[in-house]
Design a protein around this ligand. Structure first.
Ligand code: ATP
Length: 381
């Protein structure tokens, strides 16, 4: 089932003297979610992820805009008539009911032509339990289950009616690191097996990137970028998106473009022609502006940690602060006056370790891993 969001907007009125300003939690969100895909809705706390999900589920009404499931306009339908499955961070299971009874619950409320016989209900509950691999736990109560198992029950309960759309709001936040990894793979598997269009809200970029077909990056109610995870990572539209994706995060420096070269501090770190090679039209525009202004153009330079190559004659010089071993790779931590953060992190292969001597490290840069941003707007150039 495709889900279409048209100009979707939600404003919350200001409250009292303490919070007089109106909040636009979701600001003109347009997106067609393709049928059968897993979409990761991603952004920092307060960016409007949960509100978007609540609008899609019908728990909240939009101030403006429309929502379609397939061709059907569901904007004014109550949640129970939308055919959605919902899973929240806190599993919200009924503690006095067994796992079986919890999963059966949504089926027992079906009315009219949808009403099922008891054996039909039990069969469906078992099917959902099998899907999330908890069929041995059917007679236990939630208090007798681990967090991961409880979340599986919540997912089974959301799936038992075979919803048209599955909505997951930070479903892994209460799980420990290992279980988070395991459960996110499970969610991916279940989504693939059922083919249900799924929207997954998280503030964890790695989580969203690892399982989503597409990610939507939001900030302050506004969609910043939509795309396949790798594409968004490789081609961020602005500084916010570049900074939000990636661990370790992208390194950002104050820089300038002068005489066809990119400068960070005193170092001419890259020829703009190289940048041009990767992103021809954008770089040309940069050079045009530069030519017009006479002096260099000030920019933010974002360099992914994997964009540094250790080279004794490399043009970019940083002060060595330490080396962290990460198994196959090492992370060289350094400092640079033009960097916005106190530490510059580069990831290089272990074999290159012997190239590190003394108090300085010198790098060449991989042009594809270098992004330039307008200093005022933060937009990519
Ligand atoms: P988190 O990850 O912290 O849950 P989020 O991205 O899901 O954040 P939302 O919960 O959607 O963010 O909130 C978006 C904005 O709308 C925030 O500024 C929040 O304070 C505001 N907001 C949300 N619900 C209400 C409400 N019922 N009344 C007023 N403001 C609200």
């Amino acid at each position: 089932m495709k889900v279409v969001l048209q100009n979707l907007t939600k404003k919350f009125p200001g409250r009292g003297r303490k919070n007089p300003a109106e909040v636009t939690a979701v600001d003109h969100f347009d997106f067609e979610i393709p049928d059968g895909k897993l979409i990761g809705l991603l952004g920092p706390s307060g960016c409007g992820k949960s509100t978007t999900l609540n609008l899609i589920s019908g728990l909240q009404r939009p101030t403006e805009g429309r929502i379609f499931f397939g061709e059907e306009d569901v904007t004014l339908l109550p949640p129970e008539e939308r055919g959605i499955g919902l899973v929240f961070q806190n599993y919200a299971l009924y503690p006095h009911l067994t796992v079986r009874q919890n999963i059966l619950f949504p089926l027992e409320n079906l009315k009219g032509k949808d009403k099922l016989t008891k054996p039909q209900m039990l069969e469906k509950a078992l099917e959902a339990a099998r899907l999330v691999q908890i069929e041995e736990l059917m007679d236990r109560r939630p208090g007798e289950l681990s967090g991961g198992q409880q979340q599986r029950v919540a997912i089974a309960r959301a799936l038992v009616k075979m919803p048209r759309v599955l909505l997951l709001d930070e479903p892994l936040s209460n799980l420990d690191a290992r279980l988070r990894l395991q459960t996110r793979e499970e969610i991916r598997r279940i989504q693939r097996e059922t083919g249900i269009t799924t929207i997954f809200v998280t503030h964890d970029q790695e989580e969203a990137m690892s399982i989503s077909d597409m990610i939507v990056v939001m900030n302050a109610g506004v969609v910043q970028q939509i795309g396949k995870p790798q594409e968004v990572y490789d081609d961020p539209v602005n500084l916010f998106v570049a900074k939000f994706l990636g661990t370790p995060p992208i390194n950002v420096f104050e820089g300038s473009i002068q005489d066809g070269r990119l400068y960070i501090g005193e170092d001419a770190v890259m020829d703009m022609e190289e940048y041009e090679g990767e992103a021809a039209s954008e770089a040309e525009k940069v050079q045009d502006k530069e030519a017009g202004s006479g002096s260099g153009r000030q920019v933010y330079v974002g360099i992914r940690p994997e964009g540094f190559i250790l080279r004794q004659d490399g043009p970019f010089c940083c002060q060595l602060a330490g080396v962290e071993v990460m198994g196959r790779d090492i992370s060289v931590v350094s400092t640079n006056k033009a960097a916005l953060a106190p530490a510059v992190r580069s990831i290089i292969s272990t074999e290159d370790r012997e190239k590190i001597h003394g108090t300085q490290v010198r790098f060449a840069l991989r042009p594809r891993k270098v992004f330039l941003f307008d200093k005022e707007t933060g937009e990519r150039i």
